[in-house]
Design a protein around this ligand. Structure first.
Ligand SMILES: [Zn+2]
Length: 616
């Protein structure tokens, strides 16, 4: 499906913008925008890519986990390249591969060593004189990333080899995360109010590729090891011997992992036995404590492996027989709207519970109204749900022949389901938003945390957890409440909050009552207005009253404020409830006036302003 040129253009813009901020953050340690603004860019990109999957490229910022800095990790060249494996997607292809190998060897009486294909991150370990020297990721197969200190935090990697070992040993395997550990980690993140991970593979990858090994150490990573580079030159004869040697050196192997499982490491002969074993893997895969996405098959005899050699970039002696994505039919009972923390309103199909890929699926995101139109999904429809590799299920298609006579096309409601505010659809976005950032309950935690954050009102002791506590206790509902409603009595009465910390919090709140005007404007969380833009606006308007009366023409006098930002500011001020909120705040806090500069000096003035800010 070709993309509409506007979407492709916006996609390219977002990718370039996010990359620029990545560089500023990671390479120059000089971020221009807050984390919240960065999140907003990422979310827009994610929404765009969900609606237009053809725009996703492997180097899109969405394809990596936030917080990893690959450019900063040292590079490691693999002495022997870590090649890719040829895939087979069905039994016919598996049989064709077997026949090909038999033809090459001139007979079909050869052994095949079979073990699970782990859904993790491929890594290589180099040992010298029995001690771990270097650990690296696969990278592009030729050059990977140095993750030695991170790998050392894994219990399943021996720092020293046991038994008899060669002077130099290169071992390959996979770092992954158990399903239960993944769920537990996400529960923790959810409770801490942080973003959860999408699937175990990305989680393992993100956790391992950290600059700070302490972060890796906190993630419940596991590893399994299945190959020795040039094992035949160490005197080993078969793949089965390689596995035994690895176990003797002290590595976790498939054999050990599968000790109690219905899936086994096996050596088989012939295409029929191979396909039978694959079917068995497929049947029992969900009983394993970790995700596997197929079965890896290697010709067992290492001499035959060498004889078969390479075909283009993959070895001929090896095959990854992959499981097909799992699909199930179920009922779309209704379509609901969910309001995200940033106001994005997402339609969600509420499904009759169905087991797909070992997990009970109860709902699937429909992303936006374009996707609903593409699927033509209606309440009451029978749908096919897929869960492929990823943990997040999706509606693949609608079974229109089963559609109830009275099923009506879904219409996006006009009002926010959480606060009844009229929804808006900004031209540059795919998603629909609830603009009531300051008063819509699902958005409150986000906007309040932004309001109190270090670069905004800078109220220490009022982070995400505290904000949530105060919201749940009903003490505050919006940012003005922080100044209007909190008292020593009602704070001290809260659980986990003594009189002392209540007083400390009140002191911090009071200390924030005379913010710089730029911080005050930034704290309002206006769409597209980051810190540096807020500084420019502050210089333009001089006072908070001036801000309430600002015009689009006035805004666009400043270098760095284009029509999009100007429109965002005007949209914000056009909402009566936003102005009312600012007025309530101004009864409590007195932003410091800024000396207003004529337009000609604005570029310079803006820079000076930012500079003094940095010295503070
Ligand atoms: Zn709302």
């Amino acid at each position: 499906m070709p993309s509409h040129p506007d979407f492709a253009r916006r996609h390219a813009e977002l990718v370039a913008e996010i990359r620029r901020h990545d560089r500023l953050y990671y390479e120059q340690s000089a971020p221009e925008i807050s984390d919240a603004d960065y999140d907003r860019l990422m979310r827009e990109l994610e929404a765009l890519e969900k609606a237009h999957p053809e725009l996703v490229s492997p180097d899109s910022p969405t394809q990596r986990v936030a917080g990893q800095a690959r450019e900063d990790l040292a590079k490691v060249e693999h002495r022997v390249p870590m090649v890719s494996i040829q895939n087979s997607m069905n039994p016919q292809e598996t049989r064709a591969w077997h026949k090909f190998v038999a033809d090459e060897l001139g007979h079909d009486d050869f052994e095949l060593f079979c073990e699970p294909k782990y859904d993790g991150l491929s890594c290589e370990l180099v040992y010298e004189q029995g001690a771990l020297k270097v650990a690296s990721t696969r990278g592009d197969g030729y050059v990977g990333e140095d993750v030695t200190p991170n790998i050392r935090t894994l219990k399943s990697v021996p720092p020293k080899l046991s038994g008899l070992f060669p002077p130099r040993l290169e071992v390959r395997g996979e770092v992954y995360i158990n399903k239960e550990d993944f769920a537990g980690l996400n529960r923790q993140l959810e409770e801490a109010g942080q973003k959860t991970f999408v699937n175990p593979r990305n989680t393992a990858s993100g956790a391992l590729r950290q600059l700070d090994p302490q972060v890796t150490a906190k993630r419940p990573l596991s590893a399994v090891w299945y190959a020795i580079v040039e094992a035949d030159q160490l005197g080993l004869k078969t793949q089965a011997e390689v596995a035994r040697a690895l176990a003797e050196f002290g590595f976790v192997t498939s054999e050990a992992l599968l000790r109690k499982a219905k899936i086994r490491v096996e050596v088989v002969r012939g295409a029929d036995a191979l396909v039978d074993l694959f079917e068995n893997y497929k049947r029992h895969r969900h009983g394993l404590p970790f995700e596997i996405d197929g079965m890896v098959v290697k010709v067992n005899d290492l001499a035959l492996q060498r004889q078969l050699g390479m075909r283009s970039r993959s070895p001929r002696f090896m095959l990854a027989a992959k499981f097909p994505p799992e699909e199930k039919e179920t009922l779309c009972e209704r379509i609901e709207l969910q309001v995200g923390r940033t106001g994005a309103v997402t339609p969600v199909a509420i499904l009759k519970p169905v087991k797909v890929g070992g997990v009970t699926v109860t709902h699937a995101s429909l992303h936006n109204k374009d996707e609903i139109a593409r699927l033509d999904i209606r309440e009451g429809d029978s749908v096919v749900v897929q869960r492929a590799g990823d943990v997040i299920p999706q509606v693949l298609r609608v079974l229109k022949e089963k559609r109830p006579v009275f099923a009506r096309p879904f219409e996006m409601p006009r009002l926010c389901p959480a606060c009844k505010t009229e929804l808006v659809h900004y031209e540059d976005e795919v998603v629909v938003r609830c603009p009531n950032a300051l008063g819509c309950p699902p958005q409150s935690i986000y906007s309040l945390t932004h309001f109190t954050s270090r670069l905004a009102m800078n109220i220490e002791g009022l982070g995400e957890k505290r904000v949530e506590l105060l919201l749940n206790a009903g003490l505050i509902r919006d940012c003005a409440d922080i100044y209007e409603k909190l008292t020593l009595d009602n704070l001290a009465a809260l659980e986990r909050m003594g009189e002392k910390s209540a007083q400390a919090l009140l002191d911090n709140i009071n200390a924030s009552r005379e913010p710089r005007l730029s911080r005050f404007i930034y704290a309002l969380g206006i769409r597209n207005v980051g810190e540096s833009t807020a500084s420019l606006i502050a210089v333009l308007v001089g006072t908070a009253e001036g801000f309430l009366k600002v015009t689009p023409e006035q805004l666009q006098q400043a270098d760095g404020i284009g029509p999009v930002i100007a429109q965002s500011v005007m949209d914000f001020l056009a909402q009566e409830r936003n102005v009312a909120m600012v007025r309530r705040l101004l009864a409590q806090v007195r932003p410091r006036a800024v000396e207003s500069k004529p337009a000609a000096d604005l570029k310079f003035a803006g820079m000076t302003f930012v500079f003094t800010g940095a010295l503070e």
